[in-house]
Design a protein around this ligand. Sequence first.
Ligand SMILES: NC(=O)c1ccc[n+]([C@@H]2O[C@H](COP(=O)([O-])OP(=O)(O)OC[C@H]3O[C@@H](n4cnc5c(N)ncnc54)[C@H](OP(=O)(O)O)[C@@H]3O)[C@@H](O)[C@H]2O)c1
Length: 294
Amino acid sequence: MSIQKTITIGAKTGHPLTVKRFGYGSMRLTGEEMIWGEPKNRPEALQILKTAVREDIKFIDTADFYGDDVTNRLIAEALYPYPDDLVICTKVGADRGADKSWRFYDTPENLRAGIENNLKTLKTEQLPLVHLRIMPGSDTPLEESLGAMFEMQKEGKILHVGLSNVSPDELNKGLTMGNIASVENAFGYAQRTTFEMHGMEIRGLQEVMDRCLADKIVMIPFWSLQSSVLKEDRRISEIADKYKVTAAQINLAWTLHLNDLMLPIPGTSKLNHFKENIQALNIPLTDEDMEFLG
Ligand SMILES: NC(=O)c1ccc[n+]([C@@H]2O[C@H](COP(=O)([O-])OP(=O)(O)OC[C@H]3O[C@@H](n4cnc5c(N)ncnc54)[C@H](OP(=O)(O)O)[C@@H]3O)[C@@H](O)[C@H]2O)c1
C-alpha cells in the first residue's frame, strides 16, 4: 500500500508549506521530570535536531513552556539560521508556575505575550504554524482566544493557525471563525477515543478526525508512542516480527497508513530512537496488515 510521503500545511491558502510527512516532537529534550530544565545530554539533544534537518525532517514541534523556553532555545542553537523549508510549529495557551504546574495563559493579552516570546526565543519574525492549545477548564471563550490568534495572523506574526486539545464542538466552532490549518490532539493505535489532559478528559477523538478528513485539515497526533508501545499489543508485535522492525516503528507506520492527513511527531531524547522512528515512513504496510491491526 503506497502512502503519501509529503504533506502540505495550509494547502487551501496562498501560503502552502510542504514537508516530509514525518515530524519531530521536541518536548522530550527537556531534562528533568515534568517537562522542565536543560537536557540531560545537551550534545545529543542538539545532534537530534541537526540530524532531523539532515534527514529532511523539516517539521519540528515545540512550545515555549517546554522547560521554560528550553526546546525553543535548543532549536535556535542547533538550527538558526533556519533552512527556508523548515516548519517550526509552536503552541500558546499555557504557561508554567514556579512549581512547574501548568497554568492557563489564554486571554488575548496572554496569547500575544506568548507569541512575542516564541518569536524572540526562536529568533524569527514570523511563526509558520501556531496551535492554540486549549487548556481544559479554561473560562476564556474560544471566540476571544482564537479571535486573538487570527488577529496576530493578520498582523503577520503567525502564518498558519491550528488548534490543539480540541473537542469536536470546539473544532466546529473554530472552523466558523477562520481557516484552521491543523489539529494537534493525542491519538495513536491504542488511543482513538478519549485522552486525559491536566486531569480532565477530552472526548471525541474520532469525531475530530472525521471533521479533519472532511475538511482536509492536517492531523498532528501526539502521544502516539507513549499511549501504545508500553501496552505490548500482540498484533503490533506480530507485524513487527513480519517486517523485522520494532513495535514503535509499527505504531508509527500504522499512523502513517491510517490516512494521508496524519503527520506524526514522535518525541524522543535519544538519537538512536530518533533514527529508528523516522524509518517508519519506509515500512510498506499492506491492506491486509492494516486490516489485521484493526
Ligand atoms: N499539544 C499538546 O498538548 C502536546 C502534548 C504532549 C506532547 N506534544 C508534542 O507531541 C510530541 C510527542 O509526544 P510525546 O513526546 O509526549 O510522546 P510520544 O511521542 O508518544 O512518546 C515519547 C516517549 O516514547 C519514547 N520513545 C520514543 N521513541 C522510542 C522508540 N523508538 N522506542 C522506545 N521508546 C521510544 C520516548 O523515550 P526516549 O526519550 O527514551 O526515546 C518518550 O518517553 C512531544 O514531543 C510534543 O512536541 C503536544
